[in-house]
Design a protein around this ligand. Structure first.
Ligand code: SF4
Length: 317
């Protein structure tokens, strides 16, 4: 059995909104990622996926819960230790262009993370940066250019190169392809798969689209309004999922043969506000299978078969 590199236990993240109302963006979320595994985290925009990613990075520290990275609880370590550990877990963001400093050329952008590590000469830093540019498919000859001189897809490649400069073990990818054209999306996903093998990475891959995570993840976690709905090995989730929300997300994927899977459409209405989530099951206001019980009792996230967890009173069978 592979050792867990990341273990998130009972993670809750709350913050005050401008109008002074407290929002619980993530509520009691737990999952593990084994060394070398890629876990997909999927849900609609605003469901708390990025909040989880930032909480793992300790940006900011979560309200409660524990986050173990290679056995050390990041929520308990001091600032100095966190700084020492940080090169080992890196993150790439959705908006690659704005995540790069517009005033820095690419070589400075790529060598900056090595300053934290120290013990590297300027020549070694430059050599590593040029090597990394080549490995993500960017011409090293373009190292003096600035971010605005590259396309969105190229900026995402540069962002990936920057994240890998410190030789991390865990890479958190927050919607890394959602702002890119479909053809470029496939290239970036292929690149991430190649780099994962080359650098023996463990990955948390966040997306709003179940179709995107299908080819890159080993297991998938589906979340809705700050809570987990379903967690299963990737292949299983696509074939025999049990949560109505997972079915609805899958129904939204255009299929070559639409007759294969009975689809579920969400009941009309927007995603409820996390400021005042529905009682009982948070999905009940949009769930076509909701019954009385769903309004009164919150479903428990439980294992219904080995490795497959669901939070639903009336799962699809
Ligand atoms: S618990 Fe009820 S409302 Fe929630 S997903 Fe299941 S059937 Fe739908």
């Amino acid at each position: 059995m592979r050792k867990n590199l990341l273990q998130v236990q009972g993670l809750t993240v709350g913050f005050k909104q401008e109008g002074k109302q407290r929002v619980q963006a993530v509520s009691n979320v737990s999952f593990k990622i084994a060394k070398g595994e890629t876990l997909g985290l999927v849900g609609e925009s605003g469901c708390g996926k990025s909040t989880i990613a930032r909480a793992i990075m300790q940006l900011p520290r979560p309200t409660s819960g524990r986050i173990f990275f290679d056995g050390e609880d990041l929520t308990q370590v001091g600032k100095k230790r966190l700084q020492q550990l940080r090169p080992r877990f890196q993150m790439i963001f959705q908006d690659s262009i704005s995540s790069l400093n517009p005033r820095r050329n690419i070589i400075d952008t790529l060598t900056a993370p090595l300053k934290v590590i120290g013990k590297t000469t300027p020549g070694e830093k430059r050599h590593r940066a040029l090597e990394m540019m080549a490995s993500v498919g960017i011409d090293p000859g373009a190292c003096h250019l600035r971010p605005f001189q590259f396309s969105g897809g190229q900026c995402q490649r540069i962002q990936i190169a920057r994240a890998l400069m410190a030789n991390p073990e865990l890479l958190i990818c927050d919607e890394p392809v959602s702002s890119l054209d479909v053809s470029v999306q496939a290239q970036i996903i292929n690149l991430l798969e190649t780099l994962k093998k080359e650098h023996q990475l463990t990955m948390l891959f966040i997306s709003h689209d179940l179709a995107v995570v299908k080819n890159i993840c080993d297991r998938v976690v589906v979340m809705y309004l700050g809570k987990l709905c379903e967690k299963a090995p990737c292949e299983k989730l696509y074939k025999t999922h049990h949560h109505p929300y997972t079915r609805a997300l899958l129904s939204a994927i255009p299929k070559p043969n639409p007759g294969l899977l009975p689809s579920i459409n969400l009941r009309a209405g927007d995603l409820p506000s996390p400021v005042d989530p529905p009682s009982g099951c948070r999905f009940r206001t949009r769930c076509p299978r909701a019954e009385k019980r769903c309004a009164h009792k919150e479903p428990v996230f439980q294992e219904i078969e080995p490795g497959h967890h669901v939070a639903c009173h009336f799962p699809i069978v």
